[in-house]
Design a protein around this ligand. Sequence first.
Ligand SMILES: *Cc1c(COP(=O)(O)O)cnc(C)c1O
Length: 390
Amino acid sequence: MSEQRSKSDTTSWQGFSTRAVHAGYEPDPLTGAVNVPIYASSTFAQDGVGGMRSGFEYARTGNPTRRPLEANLAALENGHYGRAFSSGMAATDALLRASLRPGDHLVIPNDAYGGTFRLIDKVFTQWGIEYSVAAVSDVDAVREAIRPNTKLVWVETPTNPLLNVGDIEALSGVAHEAGAKIVVDNTFASPYLQQPLTLGADVVLHSTTKYIGGHSDVVGGALVCNDEELDASFAFLQNGAGGVPGPFDAFLTLRGIKTLALRMERHSDNAEKIVELLTGHPAVSSVIYPGSESHPSHAVAAKQMRRFGGMVSVRLKGGRQAALDLCARTEIFTLAESLGGVESLIEHPGAMTHASTAGSLLEVPDDLVRMSVGIEDAADLVGDIEQALA
Ligand SMILES: *Cc1c(COP(=O)(O)O)cnc(C)c1O
């Protein structure tokens, strides 16, 4: 197995953007290429039996395009170890298998990402895993949900699609008091806005499909941690179960990362403008955005986030039909699942991303619309929502 480490181990650069552009890679010594080549090779020649030239033997175990991505992801999260997966769900699956054994219990948010809930509820329960749900915004509720056999506290913040905010520092304390590990799904915030390892979390999980990739053109996932043993168990599952990204996917994700800071600033600027329009609008019953002072956990969000990101949810006075109408009438906002790309997207969680939660503890309100505010011109985006609500 390749143990090659690269430049990101020296996280001596303080600046996030400098790390985003440079960590994990130096110009290729042979050609001087300033970008990571796409190493489309499944196997690597050996100098004699077991004699690896550069730490690579087989591309499931390690690939020279994937490795710089992993080092870069670690640097972005201020962590020691990064592992890239073929999707956010593959990363979730690896983390659950590395952390839990039959008879173990975990606590998950009452509005966890639908796919996370589905994997735990439909697959892991078959292997003797138990779970309880609790609101991430309620530290006492999470503490009360913990049992003697709790091994993992799952946190998502902000959550999808209700944008609830959990206090990462306080929840880390609660998990550690109970001898459990805590993972934070940092997909909605991105490492530019929030760095859970520095607040006490054991593992950060990403769907790099979203803000990290940033262009809606690649699916991927990541796990970052500071614990060598835990990282070794992730690496074992990368190799042992094979949920790894191909070199082209790794290249695209790295390419997206270089502009992460710029994009997150623009996403946040534009989301603030949309929130301004929606706040007090006659068709709107409530605007949900962690950056709004009216958000119930605004103080916690302000404490742990640099800014508040590009996700805005809104509830409409006209109920389900008004929500569906808003989704149908936008022209720049594209009706689609997913989020975090440069283009603005709009969706109805109850009928789309979160349809699988209907009738469960995680059901979402049917007058809710979720927007992933892109990086287009703010005036055009505001105008689009304005006409769609008219
Ligand atoms: C999309 C998403 C996932 C799953 O990631 P995929 O890359 O789609 O497999 C997990 N958590 C959150 C918060 C997400 O938005």
